[in-house]
Every structure is written in structure tokens, then in C-alpha cells.
Ligand binder design. Structure first.
Ligand SMILES: *Cc1c(COP(=O)(O)O)cnc(C)c1O
Length: 444
């Protein structure tokens, strides 16, 4: 096997001029990988000669690839603001910068500066959150899925939780209420039918082993037509009458009134909390527009019991989460909604979007695209089947080809009726130049 002998030695390759300045350990491991592959190819008779310059080029590319991040930014031109696959809520630079003072320094995360002893990690956001929500107490965990799990495990282990059959939802990412419930140790007592559940259904299901009446938000679908469900207010009252807990898994919670009549079927957090529920929970990164977290709010003594559950240690949040969340809450307290990108994108005027799209069209070339009025949705398991107006740049050409070409360059658009659209509702202004460049490259 003469070819095998032609493979350059690692010790020699490593000192090749091309590789000056690269890290030795990483380089060695990449050279070894490439030499192994080369050897296999020779043994399989896939190649007939060893080309050192090709090998060196491939090693250099391999080195760069090993250091390129797997998580990369994308331009979201789908129009879906809370795109679960693209990271749900964005965090604004201002919020991140404010939070960075805590993240990049030692902090009083678990230190009581006044007393000079160990403090409570959960005290930090809870003060601000209690004020914002007007509630007795709150606790923050890793995400809303953990919140549901913790609540059920703490209050309903080996006891029955009564839930409507219309609310046994799957959120996506295989989070299913019945499965989560059984994992938590709670016993699911389903009542009513898929399309109709009445208050009497809950009432008739109450027995000695009942712990809780639970309502789950039908986050990603709606039931239209011959249907009926029970308001949380009635569920709460029934629970109180029978000395049971009530719990509303809201999925997503919002503070400020939403535009386009989007919330005609959903109450803001403040209104739900006015009902004085035992417990509610919602995601930090859905309509609330902050970091991934699960926020549980409700009665003081119940939150205190959650804090005593050993599971909390497994579900606890880091200072990164807490500090970003705290900054978001402060923005809410001052009604600086511009600092919350999810809300900023939702509230931006269609005329503004139109102007931005028109400018882009002129830069790109007016024969290549058109500005059209379109509709989009919130996404992320919120406000199901609710559309609101948006503006898109329709790129002329074969939609499937364009979709792929843009995607390969990190721009995710959408296809509608065989047209490829770049929806401006979710395009970040500071990325517009980059987007313009990419459009020009693709639609020459
Ligand atoms: C989204 C959602 C969850 C899960 O929340 P995460 O923050 O994604 O873990 C749970 N319940 C409902 C009703 C939801 O909509």
C-alpha cells in the first residue's frame, strides 16, 4: 500500500505554515480525524492519490468548524413573534446590559447584606413581581412546565385533581397535561366532554380524595361551535366552597392591554388575580416577554409550601434568569414597554412596517419584489387562531427555491399561496442592512 505511506505525519503537518497561531491540542485532534478518514478512503479504494494541499485546506476548515458556535442568530421573517423554534421572546440589549452588572459580578443572590448571613434567592424578583401583579407571593422556577409539575407534586400527590376533558392539552415538545400529572404523582380526574364541560361536572367529581380543581389554558387550539367551558371564577368559587385548592395553568400571561382586540377571550393577569386564586402559573418567555421561566403566583402560605418541596432545588433558576426577569419586571412597573421586544413588535404600527418594507424594496430593486398587506399570529402557544395585520415583502420567483436559498443564509421566511414572503413584523431593525444584502445576493 504505497498510498498509505504518502499520508503526511501528524508531527510534520502540525508545523505547516498555514496553521501558525492555532491551538495545538485542538489542531492535533482535527488532523488525526482527517488522517483517519483519509486512511479509510485509501483502504476502500475511494481515492487514488494523496493531495497534501487539499488535506491542509480541509484541516483548516475543520478547525474553523470546530470553533463556530452551534447556536447562531437567525433573521425571523416568518412574522410569528413568539416562534418557539427560534427562541420565543427576545431580550432587549438594554435589559441584558442592566442585568449584566449582576451576572458579571458577585451579587447578593443568596446573601442578606443587612444581617450578614445567608439570604433567599427567591426574595429578589418576588418583591417587584408582587407589586406588579398585586398578589400575596410569587416564586420563579425553570419554566412553566416545572411550575405545573411542582404545584401538582406539592399539593396533589396521590390525590385527585379535577380537570376538564377539553383541557387535557399537549403543548408541543411532548408536554402533555395527563402525562405531567401522572409523573408528578397526582391523580387525574377528568370530567365533562371534549367540547363541553359544565360546573356541575366538576361538582359531581369532588370526593374525599380530591385536592384541587385545575384549569388549563387551551394554548394552541380553539374549540368552535357546540362548545362550553367553565370560567375560572366559577371553578375558584366551587373550590373554595369545598375547601379545595384552585389552580390555573395559564401558559401565557400578559400585563398591558393587547392591540387588535387580541385578548377578547383572555383576561390580563391583573384581572385573573383579582379573583384571589389559590395559585396560577405562566411562562416568563411567552406574552410576558422575558426570559425562560415559570412564574407561580398566589396565596402566601401555598407559596411557602412550594418553597419547602425538595424538588424546588432541581427546578431552581440561575442568577442570569433572575436578573433578566427582574429588569423586565422593572420595565413593566415603569410602563417602558419598548424595552420588551415581544410587546414592541406586537404594538408597532402597520404603517411603520409598510414604510420599512417600501424602503427595502427600493434598495433591492422594485421589479424584484412587492410590498403586500398580510396577516400573522402571535405563536408560542398563545392567542390561538387570532390573526392580526402585518406587512411583508413578497419576493418574486419560485417560492420553494427562494425559501431554501434564504434559509441557507439564515433568513427564515414563509410561503403563502405559493409566494415567498418576508414578514416585517418580526424583522429586527438593526438586521435590515444584512437582510437587504442577502436579498440582493439571492435575487440577482
Ligand atoms: C406553554 C405552556 C406550558 C409550558 O410552559 P413552558 O414555559 O414552555 O415550560 C404549560 N402549560 C400551558 C397551558 C402552556 O401553554
Amino acid at each position: 500500500m504505497q498510498l498509505l505511506q504518502q499520508i503526511p505525519k501528524v508531527d510534520k503537518l502540525i508545523f505547516h505554515d498555514t496553521f501558525t497561531g492555532l491551538n495545538h491540542t485542538l489542531l492535533t485532534s482535527i488532523i488525526r480525524d482527517h488522517i483517519d478518514t483519509l486512511r479509510k478512503k485509501i483502504l476502500n479504494k475511494e481515492i487514488e492519490r494523496v493531495d497534501e494541499s487539499v488535506l491542509i485546506k480541509e484541516i483548516k476548515e475543520g478547525y474553523a468548524a470546530a470553533l463556530s458556535p452551534s447556536l447562531r442568530p437567525l433573521i425571523n421573517a416568518t412574522g410569528v413573534i413568539l416562534h418557539t423554534n427560534m427562541g420565543r421572546s427576545l431580550i432587549s440589549k438594554e435589559i441584558l446590559e442592566r442585568a449584566s452588572y449582576v451576572i458579571c459580578n458577585y451579587s447578593n443572590l443568596e446573601y442578606d447584606q443587612e444581617k450578614g448571613c445567608r439570604g433567599e434567592r427567591y426574595e429578589h424578583v418576588s418583591g417587584h413581581l408582587k407589586r406588579l401583579l398585586g398578589v400575596e407571593d410569587v416564586i420563579v422556577v425553570n419554566n412553566n412546565a416545572s411550575a405545573v409539575f411542582l404545584v401538582l407534586n406539592t399539593f396533589a400527590k396521590n390525590k385527585e385533581v379535577i380537570v376538564s376533558r377539553g383541557e387535557l392539552v399537549e403543548i408541543g415538545g411532548s408536554f402533555r397535561i395527563p402525562e405531567v400529572m401522572s409523573q408528578s404523582g397526582a391523580l387525574l380526574k377528568e370530567v365533562g366532554a371534549t367540547n363541553k364541560t359544565k360546573l356541575s361536572d366538576y361538582k359531581n367529581a369532588i370526593c374525599d380524595n380530591s385536592a384541587m380543581l385545575m384549569k388549563v389554558h387551551q394554548s394552541n387550539f380553539t374549540i368552535e361551535g357546540f362548545s362550553e367551558d367553565v370560567d375560572f371564577a366559577d371553578i375558584r368559587a366551587l373550590a373554595e366552597e369545598h375547601e379545595l385548592l384552585d389552580y390555573y395553568d395559564l401558559g401565557s400571561g400578559y400585563i398591558a392591554p393587547l392591540p387588535y382586540n387580541l385578548a377578547n377571550r383572555e383576561l390580563p393577569l391583573g384581572k385573573i388575580l383579582e379573583l384571589n386564586p389559590s395559585l396560577i402559573s405562566f411562562s416568563g418567555d411567552k406574552l410576558f416577554g422575558s426570559v425562560q421561566a415559570g412564574i407561580i403566583a398566589g396565596k402566601r402560605e401555598l407559596i411557602a409550601r412550594l418553597k419547602k418541596n425538595q424538588l424546588l432545588r432541581m427546578l431552581r433558576v440561575d442568577k442570569i434568569t433572575l436578573s433578566i426577569l427582574e429588569e423586565t419586571i422593572k420595565a413593566y412597573l415603569e410602563e417602558k414597554y419598548d424595552l420588551i421586544p415581544t410587546l414592541k413588535m406586537l404594538f408597532v404600527d402597520v404603517e411603520v412596517l409598510k414604510q420599512r418594507a417600501e424602503e427595502m424594496r427600493e434598495k433591492v430593486g422594485c421589479d424584484k419584489c412587492e410590498v403586500i398587506e398580510t396577516k400573522t399570529v402571535m405563536g408560542g402557544g398563545t392567542l390561538p387562531n387570532k390573526e392580526f395585520p402585518s406587512i411583508a415583502l413578497y419576493i418574486k420567483g419560485k417560492a420553494t427555491r427562494l425559501e431554501k436559498a434564504f434559509r441557507e443564509k439564515g433568513v427564515i421566511g414563509r410561503i403563502e399561496e405559493n409566494c415567498f414572503l418576508l414578514d416585517f413584523r418580526t424583522v429586527q431593525e438593526e438586521l435590515e442592512n444584512e437582510l437587504c444584502q442577502i436579498i440582493k445576493e439571492i435575487v440577482v
